[in-house]
Design a protein around this ligand. Structure first.
Ligand SMILES: Nc1nc2c(ncn2[C@@H]2O[C@H](COP(=O)(O)OP(=O)(O)OP(=O)(O)O)[C@@H](O)[C@H]2O)c(=O)[nH]1
Ligand SMILES: [Mg+2]
Length: 316
């Protein structure tokens, strides 16, 4: 058999000289831990280079572990965006805490995200202690340094060092992306050798319906206050292509009381209209086509305490 008749060897590209070993790839999971609102989801989006996780100025925006994928050259980072660590209050927040612990255990590296603007506090010390106990490989990211001057940044870096959570501490701004490259290079160097875990073109593991529901929830959270953001869950019931370039999305926003429903609907339906308009723009950006969004509000008492329902919502 001549050389030319040899079947293609998997892992060897056409350009590889005959006999060259396939280039080794590296891939692994990087979990982001930290208090609510420190900017974990914003940082995941910055590292991935696309919007995979929703973001708001209200704490406890993230409810499920979301994977964001960054594939660059021979290395794939799978970022695991986690709910903020907090004291559980109900079945929902209990599950969120369980998710955080499990994902940290299963990750190759952990980034402890601190809020540079606020400095280090008891909540951060609690999480640092938990990570030490889990024997996680911890890197610290001090986020929101765009809000600090130089002396302010140095002071908070010192506080972060005193925390003793990880050897390496990176000042970053997830918003301006300052410092993000250095953090990424450091994380890539820590990934184990192995095949890619996702297709290189994938940005996230979330199914379409969940992604769209999250974008709608973001629009609702951003426009409401106090207990309402925490009481809203969104379920996409149907996604249907009406014609080329136009998709209809039917979704329901659940809340826990009539008064919350009243707030989401608003005077003369103004609030639901504003949420719908903002959400539709986001859905259109995500899908790359026009969207007809059919949005309604329903009361579902105590959904946050309903274990069977949380299962069905994929909040494990
Ligand atoms: N100035 C500034 N704001 C930021 C930065 N990163 C995030 N934020 C803001 O901080 C708020 C919280 O951001 P998120 O990314 O939702 O925070 P999170 O840690 O994921 O929050 P939870 O999901 O609730 O745990 C939002 O208003 C962001 O716009 C940053 O680098 N600089
Ligand atoms: Mg988040």
């Amino acid at each position: 058999v001549s050389d030319g008749d040899r079947p293609a060897v998997p892992g060897l590209s056409d350009e590889s000289p005959v006999g060259a070993a396939p280039r080794a790839t590296r891939a692994g999971f990087v979990a982001l831990a930290g208090r609510p609102n420190v900017g974990k989801s914003t940082l995941v989006n910055a590292i991935v280079g696309g919007k995979v996780a929703i973001v708001s100025d209200k704490p406890q925006t993230t409810r499920r572990a979301i994977r964001g994928v960054r594939t660059e050259g021979d290395c794939q980072l799978v970022l695991v965006d986690l709910p903020g660590v907090q004291r559980p209050r109900d079945a929902l927040t209990e599950r969120m805490a369980g998710t955080v612990n499990q994902e940290i255990e299963d990750s190759d590296a952990v980034v402890l995200v601190l809020n540079g603007e606020q400095g280090v506090g008891p909540g951060d010390r609690f999480i640092a202690a938990a990570l030490a106990q889990a024997k996680a490989d911890v890197t610290v990211a001090v986020n929101k340094v765009d809000r600090l001057d130089r002396p302010g940044t140095l002071a908070v870096l010192e506080q972060a060092a005193e925390l003793g959570a990880g050897e390496e501490i990176f000042p970053v701004s997830a918003r301006t992306e300052a410092g993000v490259k250095a953090l990424v290079a450091h994380l890539e160097a820590r990934m184990p050798e192995g095949p890619f875990l996702f297709a290189p073109e994938d940005l996230t593991d979330q199914p379409l319906g969940v992604r769209l529901a999250e974008l709608i929830r973001e629009a609702a959270i951003r426009r409401t206050f106090q207990e309402v953001p925490h009481a809203v869950e969104v379920v996409v019931d149907d996604v249907e292509a009406l014609r080329e370039g136009l998709t209809r999305v039917r979704a329901v926003m659940w809340v826990e009381s009539e008064s919350q429903k009243g707030i989401l609907v608003g005077k003369g339906g103004r609030m639901i209209k504003a949420i719908g308009t903002a959400a539709r723009r986001e859905l259109e950006r995500d899908l790359g086509e026009q969207v007809h969004l059919d949005l309604s509000v329903r009361v579902r008492r105590d959904w946050r305490a309903d274990e069977g329902l949380l299962d069905r919502l994929g909040i494990t």
